[in-house]
Design a protein around this ligand. Structure first.
Ligand SMILES: *Cc1c(COP(=O)(O)O)cnc(C)c1O
Length: 360
């Protein structure tokens, strides 16, 4: 068996311990004679898996009692629609556009009401996070929306925007559980799990209880109402059972690693190995302004498209997979999520150093 260093942005690397454990339990989950995949979601056995996953998740993020945790499907993209459908009570929302995912959410919201882009970093190809300390927040905005870690460009909000008292809604898909988070700052925060938590097919939402209402836009499908999921313990219909089970294993792994403060420490260390190399390199150029750099997705270029392609190909041949940048920006991107060991980043830097020597 050969495992590569997988720098994919998502679906992405998972902890090897988790995969091994899941493999061991595949045919016979703890003596019940079947796989978790084959189990009724209404069984006591599965409810235990689910409840434990939720309680470990709440513990990791220290989620206050007045927030509900929802396990849903449809990816971040369905959330782009569910958010305006459920939360646009006045029909007005403000969006901070820091990349393609925020833009998609913004464009989607326009279908349901007035969506305003109150800040954007499109002028410099989304390579920085705009100053959000004093934005023209709309008087009657139902919420202010951000994408907190911009997976494609490698930027991250280091401080949350000043929403001037309005509800903050955040997409944390690619930084979920990478560091502690003050949940009380958000009215609703969510993420698809396939970046840093588990297999594609699960979205986890953390919603403040007063945001769960029956007062949604007319025509909102039953499955698109947060209340449906909240009232039914995320099991109004069949949930993505196996995916949630794997997420639960990742939560246990994170707890064993020492929790999110420890993960943050490790993630910063890992990211610094790469950024320190990039900052002194004469060949590779980091894309992102220093004060906006993500510790999960690191983007860089050589400034020469052919050399970029050569690098990506040679890296893949050497066991560093999925380093090609997103098709919309090109260049390179190393996604170094929780499960990427520091040794993987160090090995990548050694490889880059050698590549630089060979190609200058
Ligand atoms: C990947 C990603 C998305 C899109 O997720 P889907 O599950 O494909 O809908 C949205 N937002 C962020 C921040 C992402 O990283």
């Amino acid at each position: 068996m050969k495992r590569v260093y997988n720098f994919s942005a998502g679906p992405a690397i998972l902890p090897e311990d988790v995969l091994r454990e899941a493999a061991e339990e595949m045919l016979d989950y703890r003596g019940c004679g079947m796989s978790v995949m084959e189990m009724s979601h209404r069984s006591k056995m599965y409810q235990n898996i689910f409840d434990e996953a939720e309680s470990d998740f709440r513990e990791l993020l220290n989620i206050p009692d007045n927030y509900k945790v929802l396990f849903m499907q449809g990816g971040a993209h369905l959330q782009f629609s569910m958010i305006p459908m459920n939360f646009m009570k006045n029909g007005v929302a403000d969006y901070i556009v820091t990349g393609q995912w925020a833009k998609r959410a913004f464009e989607e919201a326009k279908q349901y009401g007035t969506a305003n882009a109150i800040a954007s970093s499109a002028d410099k190809t989304f390579s920085y996070i705009p100053d959000c300390s004093d934005l023209p927040v709309s008087e009657n905005a139902d919420y202010v929306y951000i994408c907190e870690n911009n997976t494609i460009y490698g930027t991250k909000f280091k401080t949350l925007p000043n929403t001037k008292g309005k509800n903050l809604i955040s997409d944390v898909s690619s930084c979920f559980l990478s560091e502690p988070m003050d949940v009380s700052r958000y009215a609703y925060v969510y993420g698809g799990v396939q970046k840093n938590i588990g297999p594609a097919g699960v979205v986890i939402g953390i919603i403040r209880e007063d945001m769960i209402t029956e007062d949604v836009l007319p025509g909102t499908p039953t499955m698109c109402r947060f209340k449906t999921h909240a009232d039914n313990g995320s099991m109004y219909n069949t949930p993505p059972c196996y995916g949630i089970y794997i997420c639960g294993k990742v939560f246990k792994w994170l707890k064993n690693m020492g929790g999110l403060e420890e993960m943050q420490k490790r993630n910063i260390e890992k990211a610094n190995v790469l950024y320190d190399f990039l900052d002194q390199s004469k060949l590779f150029i980091p894309n992102v302004a220093k004060d906006s750099r993500s510790i999960m997705n690191v983007t860089f270029v050589t400034g020469n498209k052919e050399l970029d392609a050569k690098f990506v190909a040679e890296a893949a041949a050497a066991g560093f997979d999925n380093l090609k940048g997103h098709r919309s920006v090109g260049g390179m991107r190393a996604s170094i999520y929780n499960a990427m060991p520091k040794a993987g980043v160090e090995a990548l830097v050694d490889f880059m150093d050698q590549f630089e020597k060979n190609n200058r």
